[in-house]
Each structure stands twice: as structure tokens, then as C-alpha cells.
Design a protein around this ligand. Structure first.
Ligand code: 9WN
Length: 442
């Protein structure tokens, strides 16, 4: 069914129902079975969708996430519900109970995800002002209440994760990127040699139709080895950097850092926080420059950097479009937009919908059904759409919007989609996919 035959009212109602099913009251699970907890960047996108339905509920989502912020400023990538049985690795396996920076009474993982949160807060505030009244009041007081938390988060990323000030965020686990098993990380992971990893039973493979769509056990062993390494130093930031076998400057994370710091600066202006706003604008400029510095002149795509191997990571993955998220030099962005809409990406002739796959179908690394190795991830299209609207690119925004609405009119709200057949894959009723639908509808 396309969006022409399905009414937007039906799509909207179905998306709202997905958010309702995942709603635990003060947090939304990322998905009903596969991901029964709160994930950091999922929560940000979910709150964008929630703001189209209920501003107070959207605020609650971000407030719950922020309540789990570590004393260092880090926002953890998973906030666990009390029921720990549904997901592996759960709170106990993470070993974060021994971390000095874990706030008392909270249960979270010990790594982070990209900082989309200020962008989400901006959306909530905009919706609240459109509504006026109590929504506006609630969003404005939440901004005042939470600003220092978001500021501490950005400062932590800028200092702890970019100690040399190169304008790129260093990650210590593929999970921090949110692109878990992307070909981006094949090189760094090939050099991770796990020591003794405690025995484990995976649960993720129980919730997908075909286990080969997920990372394999050898990949998972490495993921858990890195968690063990961090736990062995109680997740102390400096000690982790000295210990961990995975240190990569993540260009897409850095692009989000740039965009989000700029947005947070604007929110700081609204509160009269002039000095903090100026600091955030400097961060935005630093990370924009960092992202632009990674662009391979031959391909026009941005690259990650493997710190331990001292080498660039060149892949044909959607992360190469980090400059489009970061914003910046008009010439660079124009070249990137041409590439994105060209035959290796949105314009590839075999695509079911003209949307960017996570890995280009023209790449030998492309796997159409395997997680981050090829499928289309709907929330990413929303992010690219937001950035294109910010930059006045109405045509690109419109193309992403109409193709996304067509894709999502199957009402499955899948975690990811086969770019060639359009088959929904991974978890269904994935909350951030439903949120993306709500935001696209507007
Ligand atoms: C590990 C929740 C998360 C997303 C990530 C996605 C996947 C987790 C997993 O699910 O990661 O964090 O178990 O595979 O890769 O982007 O935030 O939806």
C-alpha cells in the first residue's frame, strides 16, 4: 500500500498505537520484545514523535533519560527498566553498579550514543509554542530545568571524548555509534582479540525471523569483551581510554555533536545564557570543522579514524554523509547532496523506495538484510530530512519525506527495511520508526 491509498490519519493512528504499546509510563521501550528498555538516541527521536501527540509526555521521556545522567555528564546508552530478563546484556552483566559515576538508584549501561537530545528538545519547544498555554509553559520550564544537564553532556563529550580538540568524538564500542555491526567497524573489530569472556546466552536472535540478519556470535563475543574491559576499570573515563581495544573517531557521531551543539546554543540564548551559548557555538564550529576534515577528496564521503591503528576508515556507508548533518561549507554540502541523490545512494535503480541504505548497494560490503550492513533505517532519514530543512533544501526534504511515508505505510514500523524489496526487518513496532512517521506527517 502507498501513502496515496492509506490515509495519513490511518498512518498517524497506527504510529500512535505503537508508541502507546511501548509506553511504560515514564519511559518508552525502544521495541516491545527485542529492546524492552530505554535507549538514549531512540528516546530523543521518540520524544520528537511524542511531541506531535502530547508535549507533556515528550518532556517526561527526556526527563527520565536525563535522570540517569552520570555524575561525569555522560548520558548512558541504555536506561534499564526493573525487569532485567528481556535483553542481553542486562544491567548485571554490564557491571556498572561498581562505577563511581553511576548516580545512586539508577540502572544503566556504561557507554553512550550520539547526542541528538538538544535537537529533540528544540522540536518539543516548537510544538509546545504552536500549542501555547500549558504546553508552552511546561516546555519552557523544562528547558530551564534541564539546560545544565544537556550542557554537561556536551562538555563531557568535548573534553573526555575529544581530549586533543580535533573536533571528532572518540567511541569505545560499536554500540556507541548506534551503527553496531556496520562495515565501518570491521577493521577496528578485526584487531580486537577477546580474552576470556564469561559465558553468555543471547536473546536478540530469539526476536528476529532470521538470525543471520543480526551480528554473529563471534561479533557478540567482541562486543562483550569490550564491556568487560570497561567494567574491569569500573568505567573510569581515563582508565577506559588506556585499556580499551576499540578507539575510533566516529564521524557521524561528531556530525550530530556539531548540529546539536548549535541547536543547544540557540536554546541557551533563549535562557540568556550568553557565555554558555558562545561556548556551544565554538563546539559546533570545532566539530563541523572536524567532520569536514575527514572528507576523502576522491569519494566526497566523510571517514572515521581508527586511533589504535592510526588509519582512516573508508567505507561506502551512510555515515559518509556526516557533513550534511553537521552543516557547514556550502560547496561541500552541495557535493554531498549530489552524491546522496545520485546512483550509488537514493538514486540507485534497484531500490524499492528512493531512500539511502545504511551501506551503498554499489559497495561489495552491501548486505540488503543484515542490520547495519545494508538495510534502510527510517529514523536516519528523518535526521537527514531535518538537516536538509535546516539548510533550506526543500527539494531533498520533500523527497525524503514522500519516500519515507510510502515506506512506512506498510504499518509495520520496522526497525530496518531491505532496500531492494522493501521488506520490513528486525523488530516490528519499533518506537523510533513510529515517531519518525508522526514527525513526517507533521
Ligand atoms: C545495542 C535500540 C538500539 C539502537 C541502535 C541499534 C540497536 C542495540 C542492540 O538497537 O543496538 O545498543 O542490541 O543491537 O543498533 O542504534 O539504538 O533501538
Amino acid at each position: 500500500m502507498s501513502i496515496e491509498t492509506l490515509s495519513t490519519a490511518q498512518l498517524r493512528a497506527a504510529a500512535i498505537e505503537v508508541l502507546r504499546v511501548n509506553d511504560l509510563g515514564t519511559m518508552t521501550t525502544a521495541a516491545p520484545n527485542l529492546y524492552p528498555h530505554m535507549w538514549s538516541w531512540d528516546a530523543a527521536f521518540i520524544s520528537i514523535g511524542l511531541a506531535r501527540v502530547s508535549v507533556p509526555r515528550a518532556i517526561t521521556e527526556l526527563r527520565t533519560l536525563l535522570a540517569a545522567q552520570w555524575t561525569t555528564g555522560m548520558i548512558p546508552h541504555i536506561v534499564f527498566t526493573d525487569d532485567d530478563t528481556g535483553y542481553f546484556p542486562g544491567f548485571d552483566r554490564w557491571g556498572t553498579a561498581n562505577a563511581a559515576a553511576l548516580p545512586p538508584g539508577t540502572r544503566s549501561s556504561g557507554i553512550c550514543q550520539p547526542p541528538v537530545h538538544a535537537i529533540a528538545l528544540r522540536h518539543i519547544l516548537d510544538r509546545a509554542r504552536e500549542n501555547g498555554g500549558s504546553d508552552q509553559q511546561a516546555a519552557e520550564s523544562f528547558l530551564a530545568e534541564s539546560f545544565d544537564g544537556w550542557l554537561a553532556w556536551h562538555r563531557w563529550l568535548a573534553t573526555v571524548r575529544d581530549p586533543d580538540g580535533v573536533g571528532l568524538v572518540e567511541i569505545h564500542h560499536g554500540w556507541e555509534s548506534g551503527f553496531d555491526n556496520s562495515p565501518r567497524w570491521d577493521g577496528p573489530y578485526s584487531r580486537v582479540v577477546p580474552g576470556e569472556v564469561e559465558p553468555f546466552t543471547r536473546r536478540d536472535t530469539l526476536h528476529v525471523a532470521d538470525a543471520s540478519e543480526r551480528p554473529d556470535d563471534a561479533e557478540y563475543t567482541k562486543y562483550l569483551w569490550l564491556v568487560q574491559q570497561m567494567a574491569s576499570v569500573r568505567f573510569d573515563d581515563d582508565a577506559v581510554r588506556d585499556t580499551i581495544d576499540f578507539r575510533v573517531r566516529d564521524v557521524f557521531f561528531s556530525g550530530i555533536m556539531a548540529a546539536s551543539s548549535e541547536v543547544l546554543a540557540g536554546l541557551g540564548d533563549e535562557l540568556g545564557r550568553t557565555g554558555d551559548a558562545a561556548e556551544l557555538r565554538e563546539l559546533a564550529a570545532r566539530f563541523r570543522a572536524g567532520v569536514a576534515s575527514t572528507v576523502d577528496p576522491a569519494t566526497g564521503l566523510a571517514r572515521d579514524y581508527d586511533v589504535l591503528a592510526s588509519e582512516w576508515i573508508s567505507t561506502d556507508t551512510v555515515s559518509g554523509f556526516a557533513p550534511l548533518v553537521a552543516g557547514g561549507d556550502p560547496g561541500l554540502l552541495e557535493r554531498q547532496r549530489d552524491l546522496l541523490q545520485g546512483p550509488h545512494w537514493m538514486g540507485h535503480p534497484d531500490l524499492r523506495f528512493p531512500l539511502p541504505p545504511s551501506t551503498s548497494p554499489a559497495s561489495p560490503a552491501f548486505r540488503p538484510r543484515t542490520y547495519w550492513r545494508g538495510p534502510v533505517w527510517p529514523f536516519l532519514n528523518l535526521l537527514l530530512g531535518w538537516a536538509s530543512a535546516r539548510d533550506g533544501q526543500e527539494h531533498l526534504h520533500g523527497s525524503l519525506r514522500s519516500a519515507s511515508l510510502d515506506q512506512l505505510s506498510d504499518l509495520k514500523f520496522a526497525e530496518y527495511y531491505d532496500p531492494l524489496s522493501g521488506t520490513p526487518l528486525g523488530s516490528f513496532a519499533q518506537a523510533w520508526t513510529a515517531a519518525a512517521a508522526l514527525e513526517w506527517i507533521g
